[in-house]
Design a protein around this ligand. Structure first.
Ligand code: UD1
Length: 461
């Protein structure tokens, strides 16, 4: 069972929310901790399903991991295996980052092809090419990859045909102990790679250039102990910005790094949403209609593919027609069909989606087909009339920490109103800690109560 969110739509979100540590930083940095023969302490690790899977992977390899609150202590002084358990690899795409770390640390690694969101083919050719250029023998057999440094790795120049985030991170990890200099050209420039570089350098590595297209790694003999704080999750922040906009609300998002959100901020401003940027916060305010805009997903600093579904939800209620081009993943429009079930007018052809803005969305049963698709459906549910049931929320739990709790905080004023109303005449359902209630005005609540109860009853197994 994937679990469900029940969302009563129609209310403006108001208030402040704080962003958690970035999932896409935490996962590679957890993998990188395997390179240290000592103890590493990581702060700001979000409590997410993907993090729990990665923790299990580290433990299966012999590392000791203590995880309390948002603090994780990893002791990788003694590793006992070079084989990543296939059941865990298939659960988490980012587990492929363990490959580079294990290769560098113990000289060999065996792993199954990784799983993760079903958004495209997601090959590993660039990762493996990097390992080979560093001197590893790589063999692919029966769905497994085996890589081994039969001799000590030697630094070299590696050109990536595409600035893949995972390949850039994996090659950095595998090259940390290589003799001499490794230069990665056309490297990915995502902030999470800068975070990885900063972490590695705290442990004694010499990595320069992250955030640019050329990264240079000077091999060192070993890495020591260290501590590091994970950067805030820019995609979570952007999702809350879109939530404020789609509900015509006013939301302040704290604990952000504004530079990481530039493309999203610019696009939201183009839609007519007011965005006020502070030092480590951003406030989004939207009263009127949202203008149609065109979006093209690109590697950082371009518009992030991980925000494309949420923007599609927002633009489905825009004024006019928006064109969305998805250039990163070939199969990342599954949410379009689900949004259409709610009344959106979206046509998909290949990697292009044409979104014609509609006046309203209506709540219904929809399915989260992947992590960000799930986030888009939550946003659509918040803005829709009536009740939405988002099924398969296990995908959403992979990447958003306490999203239901955070959204409930933003809907607190409304909850107070509903609580008062409840005392008067109604009762409402709480389902599995995953229900949020939204309602624009009392009359809408009163009118929709039967539908809410019917939908909630149907949703509860
Ligand atoms: C990372 C993020 C993910 C985000 C994506 C793009 C993590 C844990 N995940 O995923 O949230 O959506 O970046 O910003 O950080 N490719 C190849 N060959 C390879 C590797 C990749 O062709 O060897 C292609 C992929 O098929 C895809 C594109 O490159 O079309 C981008 O993939 P990549 O940047 O590697 O994404 P991930 O690291 O998997």
């Amino acid at each position: 069972m994937g679990g469900k969110f029940i969302i009563v739509g129609g209310a403006s979100l108001e208030g402040e929310v704080s962003v958690s540590g970035a999932k896409n930083s935490a996962l590679p940095i957890m993998a990188a901790a395997l390179l240290s023969r000592g103890r590493t302490v990581l702060y700001g690790i979000p409590r997410l399903r993907d993090v729990m899977v990665m923790k299990k992977v580290l433990e299966c390899l012999g590392a000791e991991v203590k995880y309390q609150g948002h603090c994780m202590e990893i002791n990788a002084s003694k590793l006992s295996s070079h084989e990543i358990p296939p059941d865990l690899t298939r659960k988490l795409r980012a587990s492929n980052l363990i490959m580079g770390a294990l290769l560098a640390r113990v000289g060999k690694v065996t792993a199954a092809y990784p799983g993760g969101c079903d958004i495209g083919s997601r090959p590993m050719d660039l990762h493996l090419k990097g390992f080979q250029l560093l001197g590893a023998a790589v063999e692919e057999r029966g769905g497994f990859i085996h890589a081994e440094f039969k001799k000590s790795p030697v630094g070299t120049e590696i050109y990536l045909d595409y600035p893949s985030v995972g390949a850039t991170e994996n090659i950095i990890l595998s090259a940390v102990f290589a003799r001499g200099k490794t230069i990665i050209k056309n490297a990915a420039r995502e902030p999470e790679i800068v975070d990885l570089q900063n972490f590695l350098n705290k442990l004694g590595a010499v990595v320069k250039g992250a955030g640019t297209g050329t990264i240079v790694i000077e091999g060192v003999d070993e890495l020591m102990e260290g501590e590091h704080e994970i950067i805030p999750d820019r995609i979570e922040a952007a999702t809350f910005m879109a939530a404020g906009a789609i509900t015509r609300g006013r939301v302040k998002i704290n604990n952000i790094i504004p530079e990481h959100l530039e493309a999203v901020i610019i696009k939201l401003k183009e839609t007519g949403v007011s965005v006020n940027v502070g030092c480590s916060s951003v406030e989004v305010h939207c009263e009127g209609p949202v203008n149609a805009v065109n979006i093209k997903t690109l590697p950082y600093p371009g518009f992030p593919t991980d925000m494309q579904p949420q923007m599609m939800a927002l633009l489905s209620l825009g004024e006019g027609t928006s064109i969305i081009s998805e250039t990163i993943f070939e199969n990342r429009f599954k949410h379009a069909l689900e949004l259409s079930r709610m009344g959106a007018d979206i046509t998909v052809e290949g990697r292009i989606a044409v979104v014609k803005g509609v006046q309203k969305l209506s709540g219904t049963f929809v399915e989260a087909t992947d992590l960000r698709a799930g986030a888009a459906l939550i946003l659509a549910g918040l803005a829709a009339e009536g009740v939405s049931v988002v099924e398969n929320i296990r995908h959403i739990d992979r990447g958003y920490e306490n999203i239901d709790l955070k959204l409930r905080t933003l809907g607190q004023k409304l909850l107070d109103l509903i609580n008062k109303m409840q005392r008067l005449c109604c009762f409402f359902w709480v389902y599995g800690g995953h229900a949020f209630w939204r309602c624009k005005v009392c009359s809408l609540w009163a009118l929709s109560i039967k539908r809410i109860l019917d939908t909630a009853k149907a949703a509860i197994p």
